[in-house]
Design a protein around this ligand. Structure first.
Ligand code: WTA
Length: 667
């Protein structure tokens, strides 16, 4: 990566600064929290120069503490022993439920938009407190205690939020597995976390289809005797599903008989709050560990300042709670501030492309937060639906999970926002817990395609990947890193602290490494260029190419596999798999074999990881030391064969023309 590139300067020069439209301020329910960009800069400097002072103020303002902390922060990135708010005690469930229920028990907390609109419900903070308490009491009666991991495998229904809050209420740790994951992915995660209790449902509903959730759980638990309890919420009331008489319990029978109040257990600030498995460069998924106080504070302050959330606002985060976006911005951010959150069970296309806009109209949502992939789909197919609805309640349009192109950014601003809203592109990660780079709505001028500037406490920097040196000044391109710890950063990988250090803290000693490349333009704005490791981002879902490769080589005919991500108009990136075979004479025929391999990935990992194409070749391009040159495959599959770059280290250069031919016949 060059130190200064024309491309970087070019992006910035083309980018026009956008200021918040008058409508945003006119409809702001009260004064903004931050006056202007000068105040942001001054606060940002304070958060970097004196984080103890800055975050002490924040932690006192935003969180309720049972026991005050003795020190604001300790440890270092170099040693991998970061800790915040030492010896303080608090409970996340109390912070997200009780204190708001005490203030106004009738205030909506969860607005549930069901797959079928007739099943919609609203749960107030008062009701939420009772529901969370009942599940917490049940878990306690089952012997779940502080530090135990409870696996949650539920779709986007209020019970997923209730369960997460119930788990943390008694000091246990939740591990939510995205409901699109297959039985074997679920199994791997249950085993890794050593969960003894699983919470799931009979079946799920999505886009009018029924998903056999409990069957998937049953399959995942085959031969695992360590799981002692499975709680099954009756989403469809299908009583014919297979239940183990000694292990499985119906939600209604067990939960309803519990008391209405369960006292929250004070937790140490650094007690783990949850695990969330994510993909990395190596095959097995990592259980990212977030801790109680730092994470919750990051969620609360980013929701307040980045989104300019006011108490009566309605936040519609369209992402699934099985991913970090749902954890932070459908649950912990809004509920810690006492703001209502919309939990959406369905898809943007069901029963028609007006779904999102109907939801916004119905509940007068003020904030909409979505991945660009959904916007691309709507832009391509469902644009005509938008004008049928009154979505003028919107003030902030958030984007997350993948880069949003300047064109799509402008479309979002004009077609959804009617030029009346702030577009807020937020760059962050499972590991960061909350926003790393993002504009503060109504404060930071924006540029289409840029996630703008770092949030408070994020000492962002770019590093030259070759020299490992920090790139000073503007108009530079490098890898994105952070110089100091921030409260909501992940503390560890579950049961594997070495892997945490290796992945995030060792590549550039003393810094947290994001895994992304980025440019910083002449105004100091950041432009994310995508991952520099083997992670692919399909529709905002983070996938490990190695994990998919491992799944493909499990097929008895496949001898080697290489998976790459290529640009895709709809999903941002898509997965293309190259495989070489052991003995191609034995396969049934290439078409059915391709299908079989794709099915295998769907089954082993989940439908969202399925390759768009499987290309069979005689051999993979390898270096003399036997390393697969994925760059060659990526360039050819992306139709950029003219930019293959230096091939001198390739041990089998003759393979290149064969791959080009194979790709041509496939696409
Ligand atoms: C990418 C999702 C560009 C990035 C919250 C990051 C983005 C990875 C953006 C984390 C954005 C996330 N612009 N790229 N606004 N937001 N990414 O852990 O590559 O699922 O490292 O967290 O998504 O994905 P994860």
């Amino acid at each position: 990566m060059a130190r200064r590139t024309h491309e970087c300067v070019h992006e910035a020069e083309n980018a026009q600064l956008h200021y918040a439209p008058a409508h945003f301020y006119e409809t702001q329910p009260g004064k903004g929290y931050i006056d202007d960009v000068d105040q942001y800069s001054q606060m940002y400097r304070e958060s970097i120069d004196n984080p103890e002072l800055f975050f002490d103020k924040m932690a006192k303002e935003f969180l309720h503490w049972d026991t005050p902390y003795k020190a604001v922060k300790s440890g270092s990135l170099a040693d991998g022993d970061v800790a915040w708010f030492l010896n303080g005690e608090l409970n996340a469930s109390y912070n997200c439920v009780d204190r708001h229920a005490f203030a106004n028990s009738n205030k909506p907390a969860i607005i549930y938009e069901a797959d079928d609109e007739v099943e919609n419900r609203i749960i107030t903070f008062g009701q939420l407190l009772r529901k969370v308490s009942k599940v917490a009491s049940l878990l306690k009666s089952w012997g779940v205690k502080k530090g135990d991991v409870v696996t949650i495998y539920l779709p986007m229904i209020p019970e997923v939020i209730i369960t997460m809050l119930a788990v943390v209420r008694i000091g246990a740790i939740h591990s939510v597995i995205f409901s699109g994951f297959s039985a074997s992915s679920l199994r791997e995660r249950i085993i890794d976390s050593k969960s003894k209790v699983i919470i799931t449902c009979d079946e799920a509903k999505r886009g009018g289809k029924t998903i056999h959730t409990k069957d998937i759980v049953n399959e995942s638990l085959q031969g695992i005797n360590s799981v002692t309890y499975v709680l099954v919420y009756e989403r469809t009331h299908n009583k014919t599903i297979a239940m183990s008489p000694t292990r499985d319990y119906w939600w209604t029978e067990e939960v309803n008989k519990q008391p209405n109040y369960c006292p929250p257990v004070p937790c140490n600030a650094e007690d783990p709050l949850f695990l969330l498995y994510t993909s990395g460069s190596t095959g097995s998924p990592k259980g990212i560990v977030h801790t109680t106080a730092g994470y919750l504070l990051g969620a609360a302050i980013t929701t307040r300042y980045v989104f300019d959330i006011h108490p009566d606002d309605i936040l519609f985060t369209a992402g699934d709670v099985g991913w970090i976006t749902g954890h932070t911005y459908a649950l912990y951010g809004p509920l810690s501030l006492g703001t209502a959150t919309i939990i959406f069970e369905s898809t943007p296309a069901y029963p028609d492309y007006g779904r999102y806009w109907r939801i916004i109209e119905r509940y007068k949502a003020t904030h909409f937060y979505v991945a660009p992939t959904a916007l691309r789909l709507i832009k391509k197919i469902g644009e005509a639906e938008i004008s049928k609805y009154d979505i003028s309640s919107l003030r902030v349009l958030g984007s997350v999970g993948e880069p949003i192109s300047p064109e799509l950014w402008k479309w979002y601003h004009e077609k959804i926002g009617n030029k009346n809203c702030v577009v807020c592109d937020t760059m962050w990660q499972t590991e960061s817990g909350s926003h790393l780079l993002a504009p503060l709505s109504g404060v930071t001028p924006t540029k289409p395609g840029s996630a703008t500037v770092p949030f408070f406490g994020i000492d962002a920097c770019l590093i030259d990947p070759v020299s490992g040196h920090i790139l000073e000044g503007n108009d530079v391109v490098g890898v994105l890193a952070v110089k100091c710890s921030w409260p909501s950063m992940a503390r560890s990988v579950w049961n594997n602290h070495d892997r945490y250090i290796e992945t995030y803290l060792k590549p550039y000693p003393g810094y947290y490494f994001t895994g992304d490349a980025a440019g910083r333009d002449h105004d100091g704005y950041y432009w994310i260029r995508g991952r520099v490791d083997d992670v692919v981002n399909v529709s905002g879902h983070r996938l490990s190419t190695t994990e998919i490769e491992t799944c493909l080589v499990n097929d008895k005919y496949v001898s080697a596999a290489a998976v790459v991500g290529i640009p895709d108009d709809l999903t941002g990136q898509s997965v293309v798999a190259f495989v070489s075979l052991q003995n191609d004479n034995e396969i049934d025929g290439p078409v059915s074999f391709h299908r079989e391999l794709i099915l295998q990935v769907r089954k082993e990992i989940g439908p969202f990881a399925a390759p768009k194409a499987v290309i069979i070749i005689n051999d993979l391009p390898k270096t003399r030391s036997g390393k697969i040159m994925r760059r060659v495959l990526r360039k050819i599959a992306s139709n950029e064969a003219e930019q293959l770059g230096d091939l001198s280290t390739l041990a089998n250069p003759e393979i290149v023309s064969e791959i080009m031919e194979a790709v041509k016949t496939q696409f």
